[in-house]
Each structure stands twice: as C-alpha cells, then as structure tokens.
Write a protein that binds this ligand. Structure first.
Ligand code: 13P
Ligand code: SF4
Length: 411
C-alpha cells in the first residue's frame, strides 16, 4: 500500500496508526563509506586502516580515541549526521551555529568536522593557522555546492558587466558553496548567508544598492530555492522579480533586458534531497492527518514552502518541535536522519516524514563511525588525515565574506 507520509514514532498514550509505523527500509545509501568498496572512495587514503562497520569494538574504540584526544580535539556534528556520529559530537548545530562554534574554539588543536566539505572549509577559514580541520571522509561533498564552480561564477559576472549592471549587483552566496565562491563574494563586496539568516543577509545586500524597494540587485548562489523563498516570502518581492541564471547557457539563458529588470538573479542550483518534496506531499499529509503542522526547510521549492505552515533552518525545526504541545502532529520536510532523531526525542508528539520514500543526504551519510574512528585514531597516533586546507588568498577573501555574515545584525 502506498503511504502518503511515514509516521516515524508512535506517540505515547495513543493507539492511532493512520499511516502505520514504518521504519525506512535499509537503503543502499547506508552502505556508502562503510569500507565495502574502498576503491570508490574518492581521495580517501585509508585502505586497510578503515575499521569494518561490523567491528563489535567500534563504539569502544571511538570512546577510547575521543578520550585520548581530550581537549586537543573538538568534534562538530551537523544535524543531518547519523546517530552513531552525533553520539560523539561535542556540539551539534545547523551550518550557521557550527561556523560560529568553530570560530569560538581557538584552544582546540584539531577540529573534527562531521558534516560536508564546504562546512569544513569554512571551519578552516574561521580557525587559526595553528588549528587543523579534519573531514573524516573526503567524499562527503554537497551536490548543491557542486552546482556552482568558480569559473562559471566569474563568467556570469562578466555577463553582468557586459549588460552594464554589475555595479548594481551584490553577490550573496549560501554557505553551501566552495571557499573559492565565498572568496569571490568577499572580493565583490558581498556576504555569505545560511538558511537561518538569509533574510537579514539579503536586506543588508539590498541596502548597499538602494534598498529592497530600489532597483539594485542580488546575485544569489547556488540555491535558487532559498534565494527565491527568502525574496518572496520575507522581503515582499514577486516571483517576477526573480530570474534563474543557468551557467550552462550563453548569458545564463537570459536576455540583457531580463537581467536589467530582475531584482534577484538566482543561480540554477538546488538541493537534491529537499528538491524531492512536493506540493502533493503536503496536500496528502493534510488529508491523512487532521490538524497536522507541516514544517519544511527553505531549500524546498517555492510551491512547497508556500503550502507549508512553518519554514526554517534545521535549528529552527528542532526548536519548533521542542516548543510544540504534547499530542500535536507534525510532518517535517528535511533530511531523514534529523527527522528520525526528532521522532525519537518526542515520543509525546506524532512526527511524520513528509515524503514516504527514503530521503537521506547521501554525502552527509558518508561520515560514519568507521571513518570517525579512523580519523580520531590516526590523530591519536600523530597522523593528521583528511586535513582541509583552503589556499591563503581564497581564505582571506572568504573570511571577509564570512565575517560580514557573522557581523550581520540580530543573529
Ligand atoms: P542548515 O543551514 O539548516 O544547517 O542547512 C544546511 C544544509 O545543508 C541543508 O541542506
Ligand atoms: Fe547539500 Fe542537500 Fe545534502 Fe544539504 S541536504 S548537504 S544542501 S545535498
């Protein structure tokens, strides 16, 4: 039977099973990074040393290595990480909170980043040269960040210059982008943003070119959905104020007039996980679960966030569930590791997954306990593995853009 959503927990004191308890079936994605195909692990030189996932002593080994590292190491865990990894995180958070936390630990010799590559790059930029940032699996990238390459961004800027509008454009890049693109943003007077501060960042950017009601523009990279959702829902712009710049087409697939008329020039990028949620998912869960509150991440499509009740970053989603009434019903549209954890943490509430199909972020899932153990044991043995280092010039300019974000008012 096809289910409209997946109920991930069974609220205490209820017997209702409108959609039935379904623990998502083990997915092929879960096998990634667990040492079964070491040759396929791009850039990871851990053949032979990566513990087997079946090692019964894995948790004990992780505890021992963590204890041996003590204050020399600080472990950051993004909310989308697996439970087995989150158990060893000194702090968990969304990408904004983790950037702040990384910057606030000058005493830690090693920052072990359990997240994806762009987050570890940002941590390297925000920490001192004496600190070393380690990403336990170098294949933990982000498909959205990979949708914008620095060469394409430079070509896009040249298009804006040729159209005679570059002086009225402020670049804003989502945290989910390479250090090179953050550096580009810093060099051109822009800022970085995350899903928890996109509104403030966009207001700041528009204020530099005549305000939200003026004629200035923002080039928003690489997530078209976060850019559009923020502009339309929070800044009062219309969908017609937004154009999509496709880096694979001449002039981004736009005319000079379209570029001149636009207020938001959105890079053609998206998240492959959040892009799966649909308006139909929202309608179906509302029909199946009376009174349900639908809450989604702003990386979802505009029609999905418009149909939802609440929209926010991972940290926002966690706080909203914490504050919810016992007995209330929720359908959440974000990565599955987080939603499953929320369902477990809130047995007094009904927590549904908005899509009935499994929706892990495969790259976040690459960081697993074997890789974490391997990274920590290597550090204990005096070997720094999978260090993330951003080149000095990019680091300088990316830091300008990141510092600008950290200095934005009210966050
Ligand atoms: P947050 O900023 O909400 O942590 O989101 C990061 C991310 O990658 C979402 O897909
Ligand atoms: Fe990137 Fe999407 Fe995964 Fe977030 S959930 S890390 S945006 S692919």
């Amino acid at each position: 039977m096809w289910r409209v959503s997946t109920l991930l927990n069974e609220p205490t004191g209820t017997t209702g099973t409108q959609t039935g308890f379904v623990e998502p079936a083990p997915s092929a994605l879960l096998l990634l990074g667990q040492g079964r195909d070491l040759a396929s692990e791009r850039g990871v030189e851990c053949t032979g040393a990566l513990p087997a996932p079946s090692d019964p002593d894995l948790v004990e080994r992780a505890r021992a290595a963590r204890a041996a590292l003590g204050d020399r190491a600080f472990v950051l865990g993004h909310h989308y990480q697996r439970d087995e990894v989150i158990d060893f995180a000194d702090v968990t958070g969304d990408s904004f909170k983790l950037a702040r936390e990384a910057a606030a630990r000058p005493e830690a010799e090693f920052v072990i980043f359990c997240g994806v590559h762009f987050m570890a790059e940002s941590a390297d930029i925000l920490t001192s040269d004496a600190q070393q940032v380690v990403l336990p699996d170098l294949a933990a990238g982000c498909s959205m960040a990979d949708m914008a390459e620095i060469g394409q961004v430079e070509e896009a800027w040249a298009v804006l210059q040729d159209a005679g509008i570059a002086d009225e454009v402020v670049p804003v890049t989502y945290m989910n982008s390479s250090a090179a693109i953050k550096a580009f943003t810093g060099r051109h007077g822009g800022t970085v943003c995350t899903s928890s501060n996109a509104q403030v960042a966009l207001r700041w950017a528009f204020d530099r070119v005549g305000g939200v009601d003026g004629n200035g523009k923002v080039l928003f990279m690489p997530d078209q959905h976060l850019g559009r959702n923020t502009a339309v829902r929070q800044l009062g712009m219309s969908l017609d104020d937004c154009v999509v710049f496709d880096p694979r087409k001449p002039m981004g697939g736009l005319t000079t007039q379209q570029l001149r008329d636009a207020r938001m020039i959105l890079w053609r990028g998206h998240c492959s996980v959040h892009g799966r949620f649909s308006e139909r998912n929202v309608a179906d869960v509302r029909a199946a679960v009376p009174g349900v509150t639908v809450m989604v991440h702003p990386e979802c499509k505009n029609e999905v966030v418009s149909a939802a009740d609440l929209v926010g970053s991972t940290e926002f989603i966690i706080k909203a569930l914490d504050a919810a009434e016992p007995g209330s019903s929720w359908a959440i549209g974000t990565e599955l590791n987080l939603v499953r954890r929320l369902a477990k943490a809130h047995p007094d509430k009904q927590v549904h997954y908005l899509d009935s199909t499994v929706c892990f972020c495969s790259t976040m899932n690459r960081i697993d306990l074997p890789h974490l153990v391997w990274a920590m044991e290597s550090l204990v043995a005096g070997r720094v593995v999978n260090r993330i280092v951003v080149d000095a010039d990019d680091a300088h300019w990316a830091r300008v853009a990141l510092d600008q974000m950290l200095a934005l008012p009210g966050i």
